[in-house]
Design a protein around this ligand. Structure first.
Ligand code: IDP
Ligand code: MG
Length: 165
C-alpha cells in the first residue's frame, strides 16, 4: 500500500553533522522525498508534535530537546512517499530506545541516552497513517508538498505576507 510519512532529523542529528548520513540511509528505502525544509522549532510546535507524551516524566526534557538545546536550534523536516513508506522508514530508523535499537539502524548507529535520561535518537518517523496525516499537516502547508496527498481547500486571506523585494 502506498502511503506517506513524516521524517524529522532531530536537532542532535543536525548538530552531529549527520544529515547526509541519515538521508543516505533513508535512500535505501527507495522512497520519494516529496517535501523538505529546515525548521526552527517553537515550543508550541514541539508541544503539539509530542502532545501524546504530555504525561510522561521526561516530557519537559523532550520538548527542550526538540527545540534544540545546542546552538543549532533547528530540525530538518521531510515527507517520504511510496510503497509501505511508514513501515520502511520505521524499520530503518530502529527502536525508540537507541540502546535497544538494532545497531545498524539509524538510531542504533547514531543515537544516545543523555545523563538526564532523554533518548536522543536523531530521527522521528510517523508510526501509522493517522499519525502521519496529523504530523504532515502540522509541519507542512499544502503548497510545500509536490504531490496532493490530502484534500485541500482555498481560502481568502488578508494576512500580512513577507515577500521578496
Ligand atoms: P518514537 O519516536 O519511536 O515514535 P515515542 O514513544 O513516540 O517514540 O516517543 C517520542 C520520543 O520521546 C522518542 O523518539 C524519544 O526521543 C523520546 N522518548 C520516548 N520514550 C522515552 C523514555 O522512556 N525516556 C526518554 N525519552 C523517551
Ligand atoms: Mg512516536
Amino acid at each position: 500500500m502506498i502511503n506517506q510519512t513524516l521524517v524529522l532529523i532531530k536537532p542532535d542529528g543536525l548538530k552531529k553533522s549527520l544529515t547526509g548520513n541519515i538521508l543516505t540511509r533513508l535512500s535505501e528505502t527507495k522512497l520519494d522525498i516529496v517535501a523538505a525544509k529546515i525548521v526552527r522549532v517553537s515550543r508550541q510546535l514541539a508541544e503539539e508534535h509530542y502532545r501524546h507524551m504530555k504525561d510522561r516524566p521526561f516530557y519537559e526534557e523532550l520538548i527542550k530537546y526538540m527545540m534544540g538545546y545546542y546552538h543549532k536550534k533547528k530540525v530538518m523536516a521531510l515527507v517520504y512517499w511510496g510503497e509501505d513508506a511508514i513501515n520502511k522508514v520505521r524499520q530503518i530508523s530502529g527502536a525508540t530506545n537507541p540502546e535497544e535499537a538494532d545497531m545498524v539502524s539509524i538510531r542504533g548507529q547514531y543515537g544516545r541516552i543523555t545523563t538526564k535520561g532523554v533518548y536522543e535518537n536523531v530521527i522521528h518517523a510517523s508510526t501509522n497513517e493517522s499519525e502521519a496525516e496529523r504530523e504532515i499537516k502540522l509541519w507542512f502547508a499544502p503548497d510545500e508538498l509536490i504531490v496532493d496527498i490530502y484534500p485541500v481547500k482555498e481560502v481568502k486571506s488578508d494576512k500580512l505576507l513577507r515577500v521578496w523585494v
